[in-house]
Design a protein around this ligand. Structure first.
Ligand SMILES: C[S@@+](CC[C@H](N)C(=O)[O-])C[C@H]1O[C@@H](n2cnc3c(N)ncnc32)[C@H](O)[C@@H]1O
Length: 251
């Protein structure tokens, strides 16, 4: 029997959330995010950086503008088309976008740094798949290379959790969300209802929840030599005021 596609393998999900995920505001804050990312990574001027799950390429493009050699990987073809178009419009030649699955993409000893931003990790029901992703990243880094992961951490979520919430985008799109933490606080089930122009779309957006300890244990098991944990991209401590879970690990 053919297995039903989960939300992250469903093109119609990514196409529907395109406008709500990559809003004008989110695109506008990208250069400031990259300032912080570079401040953490401290890569050489000619570094080769992998943007794993690059989406529409907002971070990839900004890094390429600053002269880095960039490879952007994503599974969603329409996002990659948009990313390629943006790179072409700016005549950026130091950038490539490849359609690939993070579970299988591996390019041994190629990158000086890997970034995985905006909760693009933990999508798979089988925890071994997350491990595979980190093992591939580890193999793909050169010796001394760095990984930066940025996501919603379990401790942060526990502090700010709301069972239901809604908001309205600038263009009037309504987003209604209902969440349930399950499997001993290791998984979150989210129901999203998106109402745009009188049309309604329903999605499930479920993913694994990592505490800082769980994520850094996994990272260590995957061969990384060391790590640091922060509560935002400004390198604030991961404490009771943390906004996000940031892990930087090195090979
Ligand atoms: C939340 S978006 C973040 C995009 C980008 N990092 C950003 O900050 O703008 C998650 C991205 O992961 C991609 N993705 C989901 N599953 C994937 C997989 N198995 N392999 C590669 N990319 C995947 C989606 O297509 C989407 O672009």
């Amino acid at each position: 029997m053919k297995k039903e596609k989960t939300w992250h393998e469903d093109d119609s999900f990514w196409e529907t959330v395109n406008d709500v995920m990559f809003t004008r505001n989110r695109m506008d804050i990208t250069p400031a995010e990259i300032d912080r990312v570079l401040n953490i990574l401290r890569v050489e001027e000619n570094a080769h950086i992998l943007d794993l799950c690059c989406g529409v390429g907002r971070h990839s493009i900004e890094l390429a503008r600053r002269g880095y050699k960039i490879t952007g990987i994503d599974r969603t073809r329409s996002y990659l088309d948009r990313a390629k178009q943006s790179a072409m419009e700016e005549n950026l030649t130091n950038i490539e976008f490849i359609e690939a699955d993070m579970r299988t993409f591996c390019s041994p000893d190629t990158f000086d740094a890997v970034i995985n931003l905006y909760t693009s990790f933990g999508y798979f029901e089988d925890p071994e798949d997350d491990k595979r992703v980190l093992q591939n990243i580890h193999k793909s880094l050169r010796a001394g290379g760095n990984l930066l992961l940025e996501m919603m951490g379990k401790e942060v979520l526990a502090r700010i959790f709301q069972r239901t919430r809604w908001h309205e985008e600038e263009d009037g799109t309504l987003i209604l969300q209902e969440s349930r933490v399950c499997e001993g606080f290791s998984w979150i089930e989210n129901r999203w209802i998106i109402i745009k122009g009188g049309k309604r779309a329903d999605f499930r957006v479920d993913h694994r929840l990592y505490s800082a300890k769980e994520l850094t244990t996994l990272i260590t098991e995957c061969g990384f030599m060391g790590f640091e944990v922060y509560g935002d991209l400004e390198r604030s401590p991961y404490d009771e005021k943390a906004k996000r879970l940031i892990v930087v690990a090195w090979k």
